[in-house]
Design a protein around this ligand. Structure first.
Ligand code: DI6
Ligand code: FE
Length: 415
């Protein structure tokens, strides 16, 4: 559609007099000056120059007063559903303990596992909803949520059910990722292969059967699971037709990026220690590099992910909050834009692609999300900024003026 076709349509809503950062390829930000956006039901029915809309009919028209509009924001890597918090470990780390030391001493992920196992589905949903609120207020319209704090069939299922419940209760699309291979549960001490067998033979197949899994993820790391164990989980997912993602090269280089690419993973995530071969393999398989400046910041990492390598190889880069109680207690996706630019030397345009078009790609949602295009879901944000670079420029603050998810305002534009 688009072009003159727009003039023949009857829209539910016509947004007029705006500048659209469509995030399509081509012009910087895919920008269209003096644009109009036609909404029909929950979809974008027209986006293009306003002048091509002569005579179009609409039930309602809103003048956006030359404001910028972007796609709804996508937080493509979070661990939002969990019990308790770990502010105590934050204090320990400030006194000098490292993340790995705390994890080896029974703190870290395993302490969140205890609190998560003790929480009901309603409690998990409610505490996650509280953390979701500031993200939604910034214009997040799709979020990925990983399990991985249950580490048994029942609790992994409860976490994923809480993620599905959030999608029903809140104006947000949720992709639920099974990260049962996140850490070794205490009852499997020194028996990590046995735990991986449980993940492959029971947890993934049963939760898949229940329709709770959109993707499968593994934490491939010395303090978690080996590349060999990762393969076993990926083989299981592949047999069931579930897309895979990988936590790779966060703390050390285990060739996880290449392994993810070999399995055609949607994304490899963290990647501070990714090597050249991994980058080349990801470029070939179209695997998105999901970079997580919040964890880099909170763990005071100094090893930068190989951004130039990804750029040169044409690997699409996304960024996300990694919101979790240990390594990234982040509740702002806009703040991650600022960090991606300042720490990782992203351009503001790359940063915005990282939470729109490339984030959609990391979730396998390119057909329906991530850009302003006719036929896609009507998820969009109207901003009180002079130029899109401001979304990366401000440190804190929230310049969203209006937010629409699936064709409905969740924050109405002011007159
Ligand atoms: N990498 C991370 O940064 C988080 N999980 C992972 O695999 C940390 C999760 C936590 O510390 O609770
Ligand atoms: Fe993570």
């Amino acid at each position: 559609m688009g072009g003159k076709d727009g003039a023949r349509m009857m829209y539910d809503l016509l947004l007029e007099n705006c500048r659209a950062a469509t995030m399509r390829d081509g012009a910087p930000y895919g920008a269209i000056e003096d644009a109009a956006i036609g909404i029909g039901s929950d979809k974008i029915a027209y986006i293009g120059p306003r002048k091509d809309l002569n005579g179009a009919k609409a039930s309602q028209r809103i003048d956006l007063k030359n404001r910028w509009v972007t796609p709804g924001l996508i937080d493509c890597h979070t661990h939002l559903v969990y019990g308790g918090d770990r502010a105590n470990e934050f204090e320990m780390r400030l006194k000098g303990a490292t993340y790995e030391e705390i994890a080896r001493a029974g703190g870290g992920i395993v302490s969140t596992v205890k609190a998560t196992r003790a929480a009901s589905e309603a409690e998990l949903t409610a505490s996650a909803a509280k953390r979701l609120k500031p993200l939604l207020a910034e214009g997040v319209t799709v979020i990925e949520i990983k399990s991985g704090y249950g580490l048994d069939l029942e609790t992994e299922g409860r976490q994923l059910r809480a993620a599905r419940a959030l999608a029903k209760e809140q104006p947000v699309g949720v992709r639920a990722t099974c990260l049962a291979a996140h850490a070794l549960p205490p009852e499997f001490k020194d028996r990590s292969d046995d735990y991986i067998a449980l993940v492959c033979d029971r947890i993934i197949p049963v939760l898949h059967q229940e329709g709770l899994i959109d993707a499968v993820d593994v934490f491939c790391e010395k303090i978690a699971f080996s590349p060999e164990q990762t393969r076993r989980v990926f083989d299981t997912a592949k047999k069931l037709g579930i897309p895979v993602k990988l936590h790779a090269e966060q703390l050390s280089d285990l060739n996880g990026a290449a392994l993810a690419a070999e399995y055609g993973a949607l994304s490899a995530e963290h990647l501070e220690w990714a090597n050249e071969a991994g980058i080349a393999a990801m470029a070939k398989s179209g695997t998105v590099a999901v970079l997580l400046p919040g964890a880099f910041y909170a763990l005071r990492e100094t090893k930068l992910p190989p951004i130039d390598g990804f750029r040169r190889a044409g690997v699409p880069m996304a960024i996300a909050t990694d919101s979790n109680p240990g390594s990234s207690p982040a509740l702002s996706l806009l703040l991650m834009l600022s960090m991606a630019c300042t720490f990782f030397r992203f351009t503001p345009e790359e940063a915005l692609r990282g939470i729109t078009s490339n984030a959609a790609k990391a979730l396998g949602l390119t057909a329906s999300h991530g850009t302003l295009e006719s036929g896609k879901q009507a998820d969009l944000v109207v901003w009180d900024v002079e130029r899109p670079a401001e979304l990366s420029y401000w440190v804190g603050g929230n310049p969203s003026a209006a937010i629409m998810q699936a064709g409905r305002w969740t924050k109405e534009p002011c007159a």
